[in-house]
Design a binder for this molecule. Structure first.
Ligand code: MG
Length: 392
């Protein structure tokens, strides 16, 4: 059996490292052909040494120069481009079968689309790609007959639940949310929380930005928009339930009222492996979920007055496609300001709401239009954030 040839965008991040660990487990089935990373030269050099990819890229020319000076790099490895062009070069390399899109923020947009145009299977971990350009990306995938396999654990769960069913049988998607570190707190209790408080997530180990998104529930909001594009479900057909144990990764309700859920341990290697192995299933070096131990599974409705970001995401989804672009951009700006201590926790939602209020209807039929609207939203959000700076 020939091995599936993988490219990983965002190789040194938490998803990228988990993906390489999946490759280690299934070295007879998977081969690393391309790797792209941000600026972590040291970690990237050791990955290159170990996996000997054919094409690599880094986000800046400075990082690329530093990489060339390490013993890991050799002239037979292609490295011509940096930044977004570098991601595109890795994603479209002719030897690549599957592209894992796990680069941070909005950088992976062009590369994901380019990979689809080149007929690559997409394993999608980067939710911004669908939030910003869901219409463009899913239309291209349909046209090219390319599969988009979700790595985000909730969407991966839904993909598993829907396997063997058609769209007409699906009634409702139920995304589970851990509730984040501030579950059960009141709005007034959240007034003084800091970035350090928010970075202590109870169940998942993730990057800083997504951990804050998880504390505000914006992560779930972005996932609702992502689910809309992946599974052709409207805002009214997608529910969120708070499930603090994170054992049920999400569910699908079918037209006959049956609810099918996917349960498992919280380990990102599982959804990554599923995306790499689909439509097959492979064994995994992860301890199974032990249901013989006493445990409870709680389900609760999310409180959108305490966590208004979730409601803002639904608002954006119910609008035209452009509002999700603004939501995402304003959120990124607001989270960065919260992380550097210049915006309060509550201020994150305020910045997003005021930026959405200020937006004029815009076409988002091309990536250039998406990028232009994204730039406007970032600038506007920054202005709003400066206006409501934390008073110290
Ligand atoms: Mg998720």
């Amino acid at each position: 059996m020939s091995r599936r040839r993988i490219a990983i965008l965002g190789a040194t991040g938490s998803i990228g490292q988990s993906a390489l660990s999946v490759v280690d487990t299934h070295a007879d089935r998977l081969e690393v052909v391309g790797l792209a990373a941000g600026e972590n030269v040291e970690r990237f050099a050791s990955q290159i040494e170990r996996y000997r990819p054919r094409v690599v890229a880094m986000s800046t020319s400075r990082a690329a120069d530093n990489l060339r000076r390490t013993g890991a790099w050799s002239p037979d490895i292609v490295m011509n481009d940096v930044g977004r062009e570098g991601l595109v070069a890795v994603a479209t390399h002719p030897d690549v079968d599957i592209v894992l899109c796990a680069s941070s923020g909005t950088d992976g947009l062009e590369a994901t689309l380019a990979a689809i145009e080149h007929g690559k299977t997409i394993a999608l971990a980067n939710k911004e790609v669908l939030v910003m350009a869901g219409g463009i990306v899913t239309e291209a995938a349909r046209r090219q007959g390319v599969a988009i396999l979700p790595v985000d654990s909730e969407h991966n769960a839904i993909h598993q639940c829907l396997h063997g069913h058609n769209r007409a049988e699906m009634k409702r998607l139920v995304l589970t949310a851990s509730g984040g570190p501030f579950r059960g707190r009141s709005a007034s209790e959240l007034e003084r929380v800091t970035a350090a408080d928010a970075l202590r997530h109870p169940t998942w180990q993730m990057g800083r930005k997504i951990t804050i998104d998880s504390a505000t529930l914006m992560n779930k909001g972005l996932e609702v928009i992502e689910a809309h594009w992946l599974f052709d479900a409207s805002a009214d057909e997608i529910d969120v339930v708070v499930h603090p144990q994170s054992v049920v990764h999400s569910m699908v309700e079918f037209v006959d009222g049956s609810l099918i859920a996917q349960l498992g341990v919280t380990d990102m290697r599982l959804p990554i492996q599923y995306a790499f192995s689909y439509p097959d299933r492979w064994s995994a070096p992860v301890p199974p979920l032990d249901l013989t131990q006493p445990r409870r599974l709680d389900f609760d409705v999310p409180d959108t007055t305490v966590f208004p970001c979730l409601a803002l995401a639904y608002r954006a989804l119910r609008g035209d496609g452009s509002q999700a672009v603004v939501l995402n951009a304003a959120n990124e700006v607001a989270v960065a300001r919260f992380l550097d201590g210049s915006l309060s926790f509550r201020g994150i939602a305020d910045v997003i709401e005021r930026t959405l209020d200020a937006q004029k209807p815009a076409a988002v039929r091309t990536l250039a239009q998406v990028r232009a609207l994204d730039a406007w939203a970032r600038e506007h959000a920054l202005e709003v954030a400066r206006g409501i700076q934390l008073k110290v």
